[in-house]
Design a protein around this ligand. Structure first.
Ligand code: FAD
Length: 322
């Protein structure tokens, strides 16, 4: 049976969301694949972290316990992963395209002479069990599905890109301890202190999003996006073009170079539906788009399309919501 390994990332001693997204997605969609997780942790956090993974869809969890993993230690992590992969060969290796994952993945790729498909928005496994890793390419003009020539087939996955069907895994999680022998690894970077940036906009976990683009026409009109979002308890969002004009902050940009979102409902006002925007909303359950151009590409992805002036529709919606 093919083996898939997921690097279980932690942040402040909690499992990060994308690690669970990958394991749930793999469990729900990949047949005849053994799904393994590798967790690197300090002893004091191990029990809570293991508990968090009970219904994650993993078959086996390999736990390496070492004080070096008390805070993020990229060299020790890369060495531990390398040691694990050499002793427990895997067909596929996946980790989240988070800040940590984006640093760790190239280190692991270089140590193991592996190709790396970074920042994937879709994954599948073909009949031979090979990983089909899809990501935007040519500046987002195309989606490329990449099959690696090296093994394990290695990819990082964008947070929010893989949508679970919500099935509860009934698998019994087997726990194994793995000692990677990393005593000789000396981190060249020492973390003296760290400060968590307050998350102003948790756009990736928002269930309802009201997004605006250039079709809002003016910054004053774009304020209607914020107003309506606030009235209905939604998260405001913007296209890159709207961010570039200073109508919205970069932290609410959706798309290839912004956030990947997976809301139950995505309301798009005056957004054309460029490929680079669409890759960020492919996980949305429902899309409603308002655009004056009946041929706008967003309508091909939308469940409901309204050909109308975005600002006018928003004003009416605001009146109703009040
Ligand atoms: C490498 C790269 C990365 C990128 N990353 C991103 C990204 O992360 N996110 C992103 O969004 N873009 C990204 N882009 C940019 C992307 O290609 C588009 O340029 C951008 O998404 C367009 O934004 P928009 O839809 O707001 O504007 P436009 O494409 O200009 O669309 C405006 C839409 O509004 C409609 N409209 C006009 N007037 C009205 C009105 N009165 N009422 C209603 N509708 C109206 C128009 O018909 C049009 O469809 C990226 C581009 C590159 C090259």
């Amino acid at each position: 049976m093919n083996k898939l390994l997921i690097f279980i990332e932690t942040d402040e001693n909690k499992i990060v969301r994308v690690s669970k997204e990958i394991s749930k997605y793999a469990c729900e969609n990949f047949n005849d694949v053994e799904i393994n997780g590798l967790l690197l942790t300090a002893n004091e956090y191990k029990e809570d972290l293991i508990n968090e993974l009970q219904d994650s869809g993993l078959d086996n969890l390999y736990v390496s316990v070492d004080d070096k993993f008390k805070s993020y230690a990229p060299q020790a992590c890369a060495a531990a992963i390398t040691s694990f992969l050499r002793n427990n060969p895997q067909n596929i290796f996946l980790l989240g395209a988070t800040a940590q994952g984006r640093e760790l993945a190239p280190r692991v790729a270089a140590r193991n002479n592996l190709g790396l498909t970074a920042d994937c928005t879709e994954i599948a496994v073909d009949e031979q069990g090979k990983l089909l890793a899809t990501r935007p390419t040519y500046g987002g003009q195309l989606m490329a599905t990449i099959v690696s020539k090296t093994v394990p087939e290695f990819a990082t996955i964008r947070p929010g890109a893989l949508k679970s069907k919500g099935q509860v895994s009934e698998k019994v999680l087997n726990i194994y301890y793995y000692n990677p022998d990393i005593q000789n690894i000396i981190e060249s970077i020492k973390v003296i202190s760290s400060e968590k940036k307050a998350v102003k906009n948790d756009i990736e976990s928002a269930k309802l999003i009201v997004a605006g683009g250039l079709g809002m026409k003016t910054k004053a009109n774009f304020e209607l996006i914020y107003k309506f979002a606030e009235l209905i308890g939604a998260q405001p969002a913007a296209s890159r073009a709207a961010v570039e004009l200073g109508w919205a902050e970069p932290d609410i940009q959706v798309g290839q170079t912004g956030h990947t979102v997976a809301p139950k409902l995505y309301l798009a006002f005056g957004i054309s539906g460029a490929m680079q925007h669409l890759v960020g909303i492919s996980g949305a359950d429902r899309i409603i788009a308002v655009n004056t151009d009946k041929n706008a590409p967003i309508f091909e992805s939308a469940d409901v399309g309204i050909v109308a002036d975005a600002a006018e529709v928003l004003k009416q919606l605001i009146d109703i919501a009040k």
